[in-house]
Design a binder for this molecule. Structure first.
Ligand SMILES: [Zn+2]
Length: 289
């Protein structure tokens, strides 16, 4: 039997206020205050990660770094990775190319100011991209991005210039030197748990953490038992997973996957560095002419 090689990437989108001000355009101090709990959530998460000697990735908007600098310093001091996550959680699909560039620059500036770090990984807020996103990420020298959903447990190369319409065949663009570590709404705490009512958006949330634990461990078991190698890219938000019963879920998930042959935990940056060795940009194996 082939040796198991499964990398578990615990990733945390440290949105804090930015999600509410940026994505949800909230005006209510009460709604915005939900983000403030993110800082407490980070402290709980850092303690749990430290107990298990796990390094993780925190995608952090510039706005969060300036609002809660001490927590971001603690993330870095703990040996974790900081990834780029916009300035104030903007949706790149609704910005102009100039605005999208400004957002990336503003995010870099804030992270540099607070912790002197220039991230090599990017996750777009709300997992939306524009046609300019990949070219911009290449220009800014990113090694990977993590917002697309074209694969499950296996990374792939991003492309520039995919073309589609409702009348013509799909046309694959050019694969480029930027690794995609795919995400999944199933492996994201937010839609499962967070109750949100905002203009044009209703999410009931409030799933039972034990049910979500079962979903996540089933996903992991399929990867480990049936496929045997790949990356388990779990997306969480400190303001969501950081609450009592959900912290127990995260702890139980870590315990479920820990200690098995061939399972490692670590940052996305470290995984991508290893994955890149001996590979070069190519189209998906199933791609047509
Ligand atoms: Zn986010």
């Amino acid at each position: 039997m082939a040796k198991k090689d499964v990398h578990v990437a615990l990733t945390f989108d440290y949105d804090a206020y930015s999600l509410w001000i940026g994505t949800f355009d909230a005006k209510s101090p009460s709604m915005i205050s939900r983000g403030e709990f993110g800082a407490q959530g980070v402290r709980r998460i850092l303690s749990l990660l430290d107990n298990h000697k796990i390094k993780a990735t925190f995608f952090t908007p510039g706005h969060t770094a300036l609002a809660f600098p001490k927590t971001v310093e603690d993330i870095v001091a703990g040996g974790h990775e900081i990834g780029h996550h916009g300035w104030i959680h903007e949706n790149p699909a609704t910005t102009t190319p100039d605005q999208e560039r400004w957002i990336l620059e503003r995010g870099f500036e804030a992270l540099d100011q607070v912790v002197g770090i220039r991230p090599v990984g990017y996750r777009s807020p709300a997992w939306d991209n524009s046609p300019n996103t990949i070219p911009l990420l290449l220009e800014f020298g990113f090694a990977y991005e993590s917002s697309l959903m074209g694969s499950e447990y296996e990374p792939y190369w991003c492309r520039v210039g995919d073309k589609w319409s409702k009348t013509e065949p799909w046309k694959f663009g050019k694969p480029v030197d930027l690794v995609e570590v795919p995400v999944s709404w199933l492996l994201d705490d937010f839609p499962h748990f967070e109750y949100v009512v905002a203009p044009g958006y209703v999410n009931p949330g409030f799933k039972n953490p034990r049910d979500v634990l079962k979903m996540w461990t089933d996903e992991f078991d399929y990867l480990y038992d049936r496929i045997g190698s790949g990356v388990f890219n779990l997306t969480m938000h400190p303001q969501v997973i950081g609450r009592g019963g959900r912290m127990l879920l995260l702890e139980a998930f870590i315990e479920h996957v820990s200690g098995r042959d061939g399972v490692t935990f670590g940052t996305l940056e470290s995984y991508v560095r290893k994955w890149r060795v001996g590979k070069s940009p190519s189209l998906p194996v199933d791609a047509g002419a």
